[in-house]
Design a protein around this ligand. Structure first.
Ligand code: ADP
Ligand code: MG
Length: 707
């Protein structure tokens, strides 16, 4: 490509023909091979890439007379140089000038910019732009940009709307200013070539300005209103494109794959419901109906089941599993950790007591012989429900008739892992569960290829958890409250952060604290320790004792984040709460508040930072997992929140998942309609869309394709 570009460049040399969007940016005046290479590092290779390189933000430049300058603003003033002088030596020079207009005086300072002296002298009229600070009680601009004007210069017109200067994501080599200059110099001819994506009627109904106008305005807005309209149009385009890519990928998949139809008859439904010692909540009911509908067809189910901790997802998953078993198919249930796999296995065993359904556990630490037997019964179809970690569908595990895969994701898998799991064998149905409620908009983005079921209510009889944030030095208050609960016969968790289960120092911290707590703080109560580096047998024993109430205080690392269900535990102390994300803290505290007694959660933090306290205070204010998740999303961004940074989260450049939630819903609906009506995007009216999809979203299509 670069070869072709350079030949055509030599033939075209000097010809003032219009540069095309497909051309290398080397064709732009002033861009040589060196610059082109530097731009390439920003992903700008063609002229079209340059046009698509959108500002990260816009700086407001106000037009002001000197008396109206405010500290902190970026302003443009017009005035006359009343005095100018230079100080300091060669390396460390400073030029200072006094600028006057009819309203006042302003000080200008340039560092290491002797060239200024060549352009300015006493009496020169200039227009200067810079950030306003204060210096010796005068407004000051440091290193202002300026333009020399004639002596007939007019004073600034303060009625003009502020200028909005684009600020581009930049590097040391390619500063924002350079990008801005190059774009400004070529904007008209670039924009002139932009093709519209939608028929006029389509755009009008959605109040979208033409794409051409939007691209022009985002780089050179005349005012805030135009900028907002431009942003809206480009955000919509971006979201629509993403949804189309995801929808197409999903269509391809469902066209290629067939699953077994596993209908749920009224008899099966009744038989399954009898297994549960309670009535399903309305949310659970809705969820099982949606799942049963999916399972009844040969189109593989790809459904995300989300809901707050404790809302009863396990029951819903088991309902799905038993439907498959009733249809003579096997089920694999996968958990992110062995500990959680064991708990799922235990919960399932309880619900299935006395039933003929054959169920078992397959985890890494099993004795070789036991594992071999398990593998044999799985491959001979003698095992109906197998619970395990993600290793379950890898290597030597072969199912005789795998009909359903349940993935308790907890965000430790990502889209990529799901992809490898899916590519094994003939298509089973998939149910993905997640306990961190994902704001709907994010679910549409990250799990864009999944149908989403949300359980909103908790089972009856729960009392909300009261949460308190406690700063440095307030440990004793927390321990005091815990002791009161223990005296009343309740149980408690004390949690230490553990980022990685193999991290020795963190387990050691929990171990050390365990000693201190058991010997001093809770010397009159039984204290147990649980962390990821313990033998699984040992862990099982500790958990059993805690569940039985023999252990009153469980000191644990975040391994308890998932799964444990002890209704008598009403207290949780989380140490170093500042090290956790809000969603994770919310999930952790979901271990309490599972019974009828009022529960308490104490978030201890050693940091005095107000911002941290404010962040944690979100948890004190609400127990609604979705609100917590939205706040988390706002603070940390989607990749961080889901731990998905390496997992191909489609990058959004204009759209904001919170601010543009409505736009996303609209784009989702439209994408569905467009793809249904014209799956190949072959119609003439979709030509622009199709070209954009192919040229810009190859990578996203790949992610969506395997996701
Ligand atoms: P999740 O996996 O969504 O965090 P679980 O499935 O572990 O929630 O359920 C949490 C607790 O609620 C369990 O003790 C379970 O027995 C109980 N539970 C589930 N569904 C109901 C229901 N419909 N009515 C009463 N209790 C329920
Ligand atoms: Mg659960």
């Amino acid at each position: 490509m670069s070869g072709a570009a350079s030949t055509s460049m030599t033939t075209r040399a000097g010809a003032p023909r219009d540069v095309l969007l497909e051309d290398s940016i080397q064709f732009l005046p002033g861009v040589g091979p060196r610059r082109a290479e530097q731009f390439a590092k920003l992903g700008i290779k063609t002229v079209g890439n340059l046009l698509d390189y959108l500002p990260a933000r816009h700086e407001r430049h106000e037009f002001r007379t000197i008396e109206n300058l405010d500290e902190g603003m970026i302003a443009t003033v017009v005035g006359r140089i009343a005095a100018i002088r230079s100080q300091g030596g060669r390396r460390n020079s400073r030029v200072t000038a006094t600028l006057v207009d009819n309203t006042g005086r302003c000080s200008l300072t340039w560092f290491n910019a002797q060239y200024v002296l060549d352009k300015l002298e006493q009496g020169t009229h200039i227009r200067a732009t810079g950030k306003i600070t204060e210096f010796m009680q005068l407004p000051q601009m440091v290193n202002p940009r300026f333009e020399v004007l004639g002596s007939d210069a007019q004073p600034v017109n303060e009625k003009l709307p502020p200028r909005l200067e684009p600020v581009y994501p930049a590097t040391m080599e390619v500063p924002s200013r350079l990008i801005a200059r190059l774009i400004a110099a070529n904007l008209d001819r670039m924009v002139g070539q932009v093709r519209e994506w939608y028929p006029p009627e389509f755009a009008r109904q959605r109040r979208l300005i033409p794409r051409r106008q939007a691209l022009g305005a985002i780089h050179r807005p005349t005012d805030e209103r135009e900028l907002a309209a431009a942003r809206k149009r480009l955000a919509y385009d971006e979201l629509l494109l993403m949804r189309i890519a995801v929808t197409l990928a999903r269509r391809n998949r469902t066209a290629l794959e067939t699953a077994a139809a596993m209908p749920c008859t009224p008899q099966i439904d009744q038989r399954i419901r009898r297994r549960f010692p309670f009535r399903l909540t309305a949310g659970q009911d809705r969820a099982v109906k949606e799942i049963a509908t999916d399972l009844a067809t040969t189109r593989p189910m790809h459904r995300l089941l989300q809901g707050d901790v404790g809302c009863g997802k396990t029951v819903v998953a088991l309902y799905a599993a038993l439907t498959a078993v009733a249809n003579k198919h096997q089920v694999a249930i996968m958990a992110p950790t062995e500990l959680l796999a064991q708990q799922h296995a235990r919960a399932i065993a309880t619900y299935l007591e006395g039933s003929r359904v054959r169920h078992g556990l397959l985890v890494g630490g099993m004795p070789a012989r036991q594992r071999k037997e398990m593998l044999a019964s799985i491959s001979q179809g003698e095992m109906d429900i197998v619970v395990g970690t993600h290793a379950l569908l890898q290597g030597d595990v072969a199912f005789a008739r795998l009909g359903l895969v349940v993935i308790d994701e907890q965000h430790r898998f990502g889209v990529r892992q799901r992809a490898t799991i899916r590519s094994k064998g003939p298509a089973p149905h998939y149910l993905v569960m997640t306990a961190t409620p994902i704001p709907r908009t994010l679910a549409l983005t990250v799990f864009g290829d999944l149908d989403v079921t949300t359980i909103e209510e908790l089972p009856p009889g729960r009392t909300p958890i009261s949460t308190q944030v406690m700063g440095p030095g307030r440990h004793e208050t927390a321990w005091e409250s815990v002791r009161r609960e223990l005296e009343a016969g309740r149980q408690a968790y004390v949690v230490y952060p553990l980022i990685d289960e193999s991290d020795k120092s963190e387990s050691k911290a929990a171990t050390t604290e365990f000693k201190r707590l058991s010997q001093r703080v809770f010397s009159r109560h039984a204290v147990g320790l649980l962390h990821g580096r313990m033998e699984s047998e040992e862990r099982t024993t500790v958990m059993r004792e805690f569940a039985a109430g023999t252990i009153a205080v469980l000191v644990a690392t975040t391994v308890i984040e998932v799964g444990i269900d002890v209704p008598n535990a009403t207290c949780m102390v989380i140490e170093h709460a500042e090290r956790f994300g809000l969603s994770q803290l919310h999930q952790l505290r979901g271990r309490v508040g599972r019974g009828a007694h009022r529960s308490h959660c104490f978030l201890l933090t050693e940091t005095p930072a107000a911002a941290e306290h404010q962040r944690l205070a979100v948890l004190a204010k609400t127990t609604d997992g979705f609100k917590v998740a939205e706040e988390d999303l706002r603070i940390r961004g989607p990749g961080e929140m889901l731990g998905l940074r390496q997992h191909g989260l489609p990058e959004l450049r204009v759209a904001d998942l919170i601010e543009d939630a409505d736009l996303l819903r609209l784009a989702q609906r439209d994408a569905g309609q467009i793809v249904r009506g014209d799956p190949g995007l072959r119609r003439a009216e979709h030509e622009g869309l199709r070209a954009a999809l192919v040229s810009r979203h190859v990578e996203m299509l790949q992610v969506a394709g395997i996701g």
